[in-house]
Design a binder for this molecule. Structure first.
Ligand code: ADP
Ligand code: MG
Length: 616
């Protein structure tokens, strides 16, 4: 048989390599920013249009390239950064593979302008799909500017795969944050569609963090320092009370390179042990320095994972350094573990300035609920002081405490006229026979046997359907605040909220950006208590950050889910009998009572015969 193996032509090989290096516009941004840093720039400007779809340009004032290098840098495996295999064990630059420019040029229209400091004339090159279309001497500023236009122009599948401008911009911003945080001594400017998103002058590390994440960050930071023979640590952790639901502000840098490390993350979280509320993540900005020979940065094409020679030691040192800081700054004793955490306002909102005095709103008001004359017997409070917090759990108790009536599927009539919504046919006497198990489940009897409801998930389902209905019918009632509230967010958080403006307005939010890092909220959904607005928005940001890629599919759904999560009664909350009944009724009035909005079961049943079997 004839030989059939061939060497791939360069442009094909480059396109294949590009698939690894360039996943989305943010990958281009990362590579080009890193090149500018390797070129020792002191000012780096990032210009992006339409989330990077139309243009990504990076302008630096670094060393520039010679005429020959300017042409040569687009070839694969061309790099000035290593010359031999030994160098691989001493990497001090960001790049070293010599793949980025070749890959980017293979799948976009690239323009390179570059001039070395002592040269009078620089070079201008245009290259499209890996083919040079022009190369000239040119009077250009010192340093290098690379423009990448029409990314993926020759790979339609990839181009169509790009997410919304908002989503791509967020990925780009994430990369920008990482590079800017790793190099506080370099000045950065970042423009999107003509407006300046960031201007970060050279600064101390702390100032840079504040520059990136906003003025409110300053008071959250606690320094961490440690120096041992194998590892130097420096940076900041965020005080535990500022821990967030989102996983946003967690940064490890190793030798000034951003890395992801679940293992080291665990070390930090472990040091915070006992100081964090459930489901919250501590923020941190930790800079590790190790001997370059003791790590391998070569294991991942985009180099965000590295391998340490001695992971266990690094884990231990990191954990103790963080613990030490927490102790030193007297953070540990502040928290009182005896109190019921579910009843607390999350710490993060204590400092968000809600303006006093509050106007009185009917937090239980629900435009979809037809009042009926059905009254349940008041069973008294289960604990002292519950009145303040019970109002938070809309639809559960607030109506009751005001003495107004509420309707839902009526249990008493159930036995005679089964509700069309209720597949379970609750027993008439069940309204007297529900109890709460471990402040988590509601147990009641049904005709066929026993019903166990997960209180939190059930309430999520109830709220979710309410919100979704409001949004789809466009019937949301907005409650105008007499005194608008000002909430502080970071720039990128504000970006996310602005990106969802249309949907948020559909739900009854009325807001505007005021000043740099603030939102002025003038109206909120009638169903959302004023005190919960910050929590709802924070959760929304967290969701958008984690599930952002699906955002464009159904923002109304995402919003409804998020609000239900933020507002639903928590596990651990005592529910009195009236609240329990009300929740059971509302659940079975839902279209899909079986599952919570996150696709987990809301209740289980056990038939009498199933129970009987266990007694044989
Ligand atoms: P790598 O960074 O891995 O070396 P790249 O493809 O990103 O590979 O770049 C190839 C080479 O082009 C670099 O090694 C460097 O010599 C040169 N280069 C790229 N960008 C710049 C820049 N902004 N300023 C100066 N030289 C650059
Ligand atoms: Mg590079």
């Amino acid at each position: 048989m004839a030989d059939i193996i061939q060497l791939l032509p360069d442009h094909v090989a480059n396109q294949i390599a590009a698939g690894e290096v360039v996943q989305r516009p943010a990958s281009v941004v990362k590579e080009l920013l890193e090149n500018a840093i390797d070129a020792e720039a002191t000012l780096i400007q990032l210009v992006v249009k339409d989330g990077g779809r139309t243009l990504i340009q990076i302008i630096d004032n670094g060393t520039g390239m010679s005429h020959t290098d300017a042409r040569f840098c687009f070839e694969r495996h061309t790099t000035s950064k290593i010359t031999s295999a030994d160098d691989l064990f001493q990497i001090a630059t960001k790049g070293f593979r010599g793949e980025a420019l070749a890959s980017i040029a293979a799948i976009a229209h690239v323009e390179l302008n570059t001039r070395e400091v002592n040269e009078e004339l620089g070079t201008a090159i245009k290259i499209e799909g890996g083919k040079v279309s022009s190369q000239d001497f040119s009077a250009v500023p010192q340093g290098t500017s690379v423009s990448v236009k029409h990314l993926f122009f020759n790979i339609p599948a990839r181009r169509n795969f790009l997410k919304s401008q908002q989503v791509e911009l967020r990925h780009i911003t994430d990369e920008f944050h990482r590079v800017a945080l790793a190099h506080p001594d370099i000045e950065f400017r970042f423009y999107h569609n003509g407006s300046e998103l960031f201007h970060l002058p050279p600064a101390s590390l702390k100032k840079r963090i504040v520059g990136v994440f906003g003025g409110k960050t300053k008071e959250k930071l606690v320094p961490v320092t440690e120096e041992t023979r194998v590892l130097k640590i420096n940076g900041f952790i965020c005080k535990p009370e500022f821990a967030k639901k989102s996983r946003g502000e967690q940064f490890f840098f190793v030798n000034n390179r951003f890395i992801k490390s679940p293992y080291l993350h665990h070390a930090v979280v472990n040091a915070f042990e006992g100081l964090l509320k459930a489901d919250t993540n501590p923020g941190y900005f930790l800079y590790l320095e190790v001997d370059p020979a003791s790590i391998d940065v070569n294991i991942h094409p985009t180099k965000t994972e590295i391998k340490f020679d001695d992971e266990h030691t690094i884990y231990a040192i990191l954990r103790s350094a963080v613990k030490h800081s927490l102790g030193q700054f007297n953070i540990a004793p502040v928290l009182d573990f005896e109190q019921n955490h579910n009843l607390d306002t999350p710490y993060a909102y204590r400092d968000k300035s809600a303006i006093q005095p509050r106007i009185q709103v009917d937090t239980g008001y629900n435009p979809f609920r037809e009042d009926s004359s059905q009254h349940f017997r008041h069973t008294g409070r289960e604990r002292k002081g519950s009145a303040e917090w019970e109002g938070l759990y809309i639809g559960l108790e607030s109506k009751m405490s005001e003495g107004t009536s509420f309707s839902s599927v009526q249990l008493e009539s159930e036995a005679n006229v089964p509700s069309p919504h209720d597949p379970l046919a609750l027993e008439a006497e069940s309204q007297l026979a529900s109890f709460q198990l471990r402040k988590k489940y509601i147990v009641t009897s049904i005709k066929s046997g026993m019903l166990i409801i997960h209180q939190r998930r059930a309430h999520q389902r109830v709220l979710y359907e309410k919100f979704l209905k409001m949004a789809t019918l466009k019937e949301a009632v907005s409650q105008q605040l007499l005194f608008p509230m000002a909430l502080s967010f970071s720039k990128s958080e504000i970006g996310i909220i602005i990106g969802l403006r249309e949907q948020l307005e559909m739900f009854g939010f009325v807001f505007e950006e005021s000043g740099d890092e603030q939102l002025r909220i003038a109206g909120i959904p009638a169903l959302v208590p004023e005190s919960e607005v910050g929590i709802v928005l924070d959760q929304l940001i967290a969701e958008a950050q984690t599930h952002g890629d699906q955002l464009d599919t159904s923002p109304a759904d995402l919003l409804s889910r998020t609000m239900s999560k933020a507002l639903a009664v928590k596990t651990g909350t005592p529910l009195n009998e009236a609240s329990r009944q009300s929740l059971v009724n509302d659940l079975f009035a839902c279209r899909e009572p079986k599952l919570c909005p996150f696709q987990k079961p809301t209740y289980i049943t056990m038939t009498e015969s199933e129970i009987d079997k266990n007694f044989i």
